[in-house]
Design a protein around this ligand. Structure first.
Ligand code: PEP
Ligand code: MN
Length: 350
């Protein structure tokens, strides 16, 4: 259930309600919005009925959340969630442009790609050091060496970095180097991984599983949130359908669908969502027009030599062109692509 406090409740009231909840052996989750303070209480509802919260001074309303996801729900946080990652605004009018190679292959290549995507207007650098490959014989990633390269590239080009973590045992290492932890589609329901990422204080980019429903995605987000980590970014990356002319079927309706049900920022990955460079720009533009809080694009300077996902990579010139269009759409929809310094990125305009 959620406990809605009266407008302008002071800290004394908030503290009192929190103490009463804890005294029942339950965990309160505080959400302080601009207009309202809301306290989410998750757990045994029978314990809650033992205390008439409505009777506490300062409590305006006690509302049960009927949805299975609670902390991820809009009811819990009526305003959209927004947060800053090293100056890059996610949600709240900030447009995240995450770009980079599928896998970190070498420092030279990573720096080359990072320079190009940054110059084009990307504000977050991606690159996998642990790769979830279908075949155990395919390139598995450079591990810690790759993470070091990613961190160095992020420093050099002033972009926070995101990279996938596949296993709870990798978290300790990955948090040393990454600014955002990516949970991949194949691991969206790896509940131990979700919980462990929830115990870190790093933002989590949670990708939709290939056969996950919207509810499944939000339940996975709930795992991270319930451990106390509030910085969850959802990512649509396509789902498996009978269609075989694209790698996956990109479900763009998920953007307004999720926004109605959840306060969490949502970004769209048309690279994995379509697997086709000829479709990626149109789907990236459509994602921004649909109201997404960001896009996630794989870029490689020589896709034919890429060790992972080469066929879906945009080359830097294609990414330049796309970014001119994305910047125009961001202007149209009142979104800002902020850089690590907190200023709007200098994006080449046509
Ligand atoms: C990736 O981002 O490179 C990746 C493996 O994505 P997904 O988990 O969406 O397949
Ligand atoms: Mn990839």
């Amino acid at each position: 259930m959620i406990i809605v406090l009266k407008p302008r409740s002071d800290t004394r009231v908030i503290k009192h309600v929190l103490e009463r909840i804890e005294a029942l052996g339950l965990k309160p989750h505080l959400s302080e919005g601009v207009a309202r303070t809301i306290i989410g209480v998750i757990g045994d509802e029978s314990k809650l009925s033992a205390l008439p919260f409505q009777a506490i001074e300062g409590v305006e309303q006690v509302v049960p959340i009927l949805k299975p996801f609670k902390l991820a729900s809009r009811e819990f946080h009526p305003e959209g969630s927004a947060f800053d990652i090293k100056g890059v605004r996610i949600g709240g009018g900030g447009l995240a442009v995450i770009a980079g190679p599928c896998a970190i292959e070498s420092e030279e290549l990573l720096f080359e790609i990072a320079a190009r995507v940054r110059a084009a207007g990307a504000n977050i650098l991606r690159g996998g050091a642990f790769k979830p490959r279908t075949s155990p014989y395919s390139f598995q990633g450079l591990g810690r060496d790759g993470l070091k390269m990613l961190q160095a590239a992020g420093e050099r080009f002033a972009m926070p970095v995101v990279t996938e973590v596949m296993d709870p045992r990798q978290i300790e290492m990955v948090v040393e180097y990454a600014d955002i932890l990516q949970i991949g589609a194949r691991n969206m329901q790896n509940f131990d991984l979700l919980k462990e990422c929830g115990r870190t204080r790093k933002p989590v980019l949670l990708k939709r599983g290939m056969s996950a429903s919207v509810k499944d995605l939000l339940m996975s987000a709930e795992y991270v949130l319930s451990e106390g980590n509030r910085q969850v970014i959802l990512c649509e990356r396509g789902i498996r359908t009978f269609e075989d002319s694209t790698r996956n079927t990109l479900d763009l309706s998920i953007v307004p669908n999720l926004q109605g049900q959840s306060h969490l920022p949502i970004i769209v990955d048309p690279s994995h969502g379509t697997g086709r460079p000829d479709l990626i720009p149109a789907m990236a533009r459509a994602a921004v027009a649909a109201g997404a809080d960001g896009i996630h694009i794989e870029v490689h300077s020589c896709p034919e030599r890429a060790l992972s996902d080469g066929p879906q990579a945009l080359v830097p010139d294609q990414f330049d062109r796309l970014m001119r269009e994305i910047q125009a759409l961001a202007d149209l929809f009142g979104k800002t692509i902020t850089s690590r310094t907190g200023e709007a990125v200098a994006c080449a305009r046509s």
